[in-house]
Design a protein around this ligand. Structure first.
Ligand code: SF4
Length: 97
């Protein structure tokens, strides 16, 4: 079965390396180490799915896909710039055609 809105699909979580791990590890207090959580994520087979889920749903807190909110914000910003550049390239191309 295909889920209509992929941003809501959490089926990948069945294979998560963090199943059974204390969730607090992935939601550390501000300034606390994220090293242990990232270590769990490192060997996770659904790491990409987890990261995409967090990016699509603008998850503000915690470690997802081995990345902190700050690291995910950087990716979102880069993707927005890439999208803008692609739009401008198409506009330029159609203007010169
Ligand atoms: S990448 Fe990390 S947070 Fe995401 S499912 Fe895997 S172990 Fe859990």
């Amino acid at each position: 079965m295909r889920i209509a809105d992929e941003s809501l699909d959490r089926s990948w979580q069945e294979y998560a390396n963090c199943l059974g791990v204390d969730p607090d590890l992935f939601f550390p207090e501000r300034g606390a180490s994220t090293r242990e959580a990232k270590e769990v994520c490192r060997g996770c087979v659904v790491r990409d799915d987890c990261l995409e889920y967090a990016l699509r749903n603008s998850e503000k807190f915690g470690i997802w896909g081995g990345m902190s909110e700050r690291e995910r914000r950087r990716i979102r910003r880069q993707r927005a710039l890439d999208r803008q550049a692609a739009i401008e390239a198409v506009a330029e191309k159609s203007a010169s055609a």
